[in-house]
Write a protein that binds this ligand. Structure first.
Ligand code: HEM
Length: 486
């Protein structure tokens, strides 16, 4: 039997098809509370979309620990093989708005929230192991250049390439983005990376630098520019629908989690700056070590409460897993919860999808939409009333710091071209051809010579063939470009 229709305050709702009026031809009566409530609630349905990664899709599942990692971290989630931890994952594209086509070339977000026995732990990564910028001060400008022109409201290649050409640290990520990985065939068929270096600490206080790799059991598959254009025209929600339909058919996607583990001192003196997110760490130097499997086996029961209200943050860490000094990561530790207070409200962590499975006890109270206000418990510390006590075992492990304060550029083994060139050389001949074609379409779509010159010079520095081929594809002479003073 159908349920009884009610107002939000539970009164029976008499008529949901006809407003109350003075006579059949109107006007409408102020006393029609049902009408007023319905319109007023509808008027408030939209919340701000995520300032980046607005378009995405999510699903629930679990993580099974396959190898005990207690030698490297005391984090409960990674101790005792066989342990299962519920999780939610969200995949996204960076620049487009909420209604944007899924298959426009972009880096894809790859977020995981683990509901561990020590509180929530989030990995908020991408489908590429590096990033465009390495200083948080540059992030808002970077995003402005990828979003819409303030006057024309268009996204333009000129703005995007302008930022990249003037930010040489972006070349490695740009070479990923313009390569095949910029167009994943599905969210299921892409890898995820924590990208930054993080710190693991074991129960004896030993520290390790680690990097996460989430390798797709479905393999990595990408689509061509033509296939992506077609998908965008036929179904703007192409990647979202693929994920939902696969899970609905019990075709559960999974990823194997691996880590690279770098001994603490070695990491500080490694041949690359491991705290610069534009760099990768060689698998030969630090091979992938298997940790466990993430499987998605349940679609959201409601997209708004399970996905839109989801609040992932790199600051959601648990004992045994810590941030590294990576400057970009440090900026992120602030930005996510800040935007979520604005996007979802001060008490966003109490929304069902963000609630930990552990109990919450502290001295924070009140605010809009407070649900768990901790009853009559004492709300200040120190106190004589047996209020919640600190757990000193959760203290962060110490790092020795040196140097002076100030606005400082990176200064340890700064080199933004070698790894970009390595990536170019790693691509097959066919992928290199597609890369050049895609870059030609972007750089060739506007006239600004300064932008083209700067970018081609960086590509040439990375690999002479890379720069020369892009220049040729654009009908430009590489020697003339190299001779300019830009
Ligand atoms: C300083 C640099 C960065 C800043 C300030 C920043 C800021 C943000 C903000 C404000 C959001 C929206 C969060 C929300 O509304 O819930 C977001 C989402 C996201 N960011 Fe970043 N971000 C930065 C760098 C990165 C990097 C390096 C990665 C990947 C390695 C990344 C991956 C993501 C992902 C995957 C999401 C979507 C989370 C979700 O699915 O809800 N971001 N970022």
């Amino acid at each position: 039997m159908a349920k009884k229709l009610t107002t939000q305050t539970g009164q029976p709702w008499a008529d949901n098809q006809h407003s109350q009026t003075a006579g059949p031809r109107g006007p409408v009566l102020m006393q029609d509370y049902d009408l007023i409530e319905k319109l007023a609630h509808f008027d408030r349905e939209r919340i701000p979309e995520r300032v980046v990664h607005a378009k995405g899709a999510g699903a629930k599942g679990e993580f099974v620990l396959e190898n005990d990692m207690s030698k490297y971290t005391k984090a409960d989630i990674f101790n005792e093989a066989g342990k299962k931890t519920p999780l939610i994952m969200r995949f996204s594209q960076v620049a487009g708005e909420k209604g944007y086509p899924d298959t426009v070339r972009d880096v894809r977000g790859f977020s995981v929230k683990f509901y561990t026995q020590e509180g929530n732990y989030d990995i908020v990564g991408n489908n590429t192991p590096v990033f465009f910028v390495n200083d948080p001060l540059k992030f808002p400008d970077f995003i402005h250049s990828q979003k819409r022109d303030p006057r024309t409201n268009r996204r333009t290649n000129e703005m995007q390439w302008d930022f990249w050409a003037h930010s040489p640290e972006s070349l490695h990520q740009v070479t990923y983005l313009m390569g095949d990985r910029g167009l994943p065939a599905s969210y299921r068929e892409m890898n995820g990376y924590g990208s930054h270096t993080f710190k693991w600490v074991n129960k004896d206080g030993e520290q390790f630098w680690i990097k996460y790799h989430l390798i797709s059991d479905q393999g990595v598959k990408n689509m061509t520019n033509e296939a992506a254009d077609k998908a965008a025209a036929q179904n703007p929600d192409y990647l979202q629908d693929d994920l939902f339909d696969a899970i609905e058919k019990n075709n559960f996607p999974s990823w194997e989690m691996y880590v690279q583990i770098i001994p603490y001192e070695e990491g500080l003196n490694y041949k690359w700056d491991i705290f610069d997110v534009t760099k990768t760490v060689s698998h030969k130097d630090y091979p992938l070590i298997k940790v466990g499997k993430l499987t998605l086996n349940q679609n959201p029961s409601n997209n708004f409460t399970d996905v839109e209200e989801d609040a992932f943050s790199p600051a959601n860490l648990v004992p045994g897993i810590e941030a590294s000094p990576d400057k970009l990561l440090q900026g992120r530790l602030f930005s996510y919860k800040d935007t979520q207070r604005y996007r979802l409200g001060a008490n966003f962590e109490e929304l069902p999808i963000n609630r930990p499975v552990t109990e919450v006890h502290n001295y924070e109270r009140d605010g809009y939409m407070k649900l768990n206000n901790q009853g009559g418990e004492v709300n200040y510390e120190p106190n004589a009333f047996d209020g919640p006590k600190e757990d000193h075992a959760a203290s962060v492990a110490p790092d020795q710091l040196q140097g002076e304060t100030g606005n400082q550029p990176y200064n340890y083994k700064v080199d933004y071209t070698t790894q970009a060139g390595d990536l170019y050389r790693l691509y097959s001949k066919e992928e290199q051809d597609r890369l050049i074609e895609t870059i030609k379409d972007g750089l060739g779509s506007f006239d600004n010579d300064e932008i083209k010159t700067l970018e081609i010079k960086q590509m040439y520095d990375a690999d002479k063939e890379y720069g020369t081929r892009v220049a040729n594809a654009l009908g430009l002479n590489i020697d003339s470009i190299l001779a300019t003073n830009n």
